[in-house]
Ligand binder design. Structure first.
Ligand SMILES: NC(=O)c1ccc[n+]([C@@H]2O[C@H](COP(=O)([O-])OP(=O)(O)OC[C@H]3O[C@@H](n4cnc5c(N)ncnc54)[C@H](OP(=O)(O)O)[C@@H]3O)[C@@H](O)[C@H]2O)c1
Length: 277
């Protein structure tokens, strides 16, 4: 891929150890960005760091469990003491655990929501606090510091098209992703005029360790490097929502408009839903 002229000097990518997050980290690093890469598995981050050692940017390994709010806050306190505040934050870390109605478990539901929804919120709190508190020196050069609504920070949240409408065996995953979509829409409105930008990323199927466990054929399956390219291109655009592969997602958007009777019939036919119960 040709080199890209990126506006960010530094970025924090959660879930950077493998899959989509690792590819986003690669792409950013190869184009000069210092990437703080987070995940729980340090070895995967260290391998990525070695791989990217010769890049124009660099990867800094930041082991972190996003379910642990205190640990996330502690990381930000450490960054504060070193004068670090990433310009871009890609909140990508997530997990999936498909189960049917017959296997429904409150504990499995909570485990997924703790990562996908609450984990993302745990990251948003300290970053929003800092971005919204960012002040600029007045042009006069006087020591008075004023709030100027210029770009203070850029946040991207990875949700999923699974958050558009209910899908079979995805009650917990879809609920968390639907909540993230709604959360980002709310924040987008709240952040108007503050200089803090938020974007929503809704991928279709991407080949990663997360989808490798799917036993059904995945329509329009995309390779993770291509997904990362679409994400970074989307981050450079003015769009709120970044979606891919486009044609697949546009069908799903159309499905969102259908009355329940049509939707359940079509999705049931396409997925064989009901056979898992
Ligand atoms: N692949 C797809 O088709 C697809 C489609 C739509 C949306 N998405 C979303 O895209 C994101 C990335 O998915 P992926 O397919 O790349 O998944 P993946 O290959 O399983 O990678 C997930 C990454 O998140 C990290 N992670 C998981 N739990 C974490 C935690 N508690 N704290 C910190 N990091 C954690 C994992 O590292 P550790 O386990 O080492 O912590 C890993 O680095 C997810 O939010 C997923 O829901 C994926």
């Amino acid at each position: 891929m040709n080199s890209m002229d990126l506006p960010w000097k530094s970025a924090w990518v959660t879930g950077a150890g493998r899959g989509i997050g690792a590819e986003v980290a690669r792409l950013l690093c190869r184009n000069g960005v210092t990437v703080y890469g987070s995940a729980r598995t340090t070895e995967q981050l260290e391998l990525l760091q070695q791989e990217l050692a010769e890049c124009s940017g660099k990867l800094i390994v930041v082991p972190l469990d996003i379910r642990d709010l205190a640990a996330v806050q502690e990381q930000f306190n450490m960054w504060d003491s070193e004068g670090i505040l990433p310009d871009l934050v890609v909140l990508n870390a997530g997990s999936h655990d498909p189960f049917s109605a017959a296997e429904f478990s409150a504990q499995r539901c909570k485990a997924l929501l703790d990562i996908n929804l609450q984990g993302t919120a745990n990251c948003l709190e300290p970053i929003l606090y800092r971005y919204l508190g960012r002040v600029s020196e007045q042009a006069t050069g006087e020591s008075d510091r004023v709030f100027i609504p210029e770009l203070k920070g850029h946040i991207a949240v990875v949700s999923s098209v699974a958050g558009y409408r209910g899908l079979p065996t995805a009650a917990a995953y879809g609920a968390g992703k639907a909540a993230l979509i709604n959360l980002c829409e709310s924040l987008y409105l709240d952040l108007q005029g503050t200089g803090v930008r938020i974007q929503l990323i809704n991928p279709g199927f991407v080949r990663t360790p997360l989808t490798d466990k799917n036993e059904f054929p995945m329509p329009a399956l995309m390779e993770p490097d291509e997904a990362a390219r679409r994400i970074v291109q989307g981050l450079l655009s003015k769009r709120f929502e970044i979606v891919f592969p486009r044609r697949f997602v546009y069908w799903l958007k159309l499905f969102r408009l259908l009355p329940y009777s049509w939707y359940f019939k079509l999705i049931g036919r396409a997925t064989g839903a009901g056979k898992n119960v």
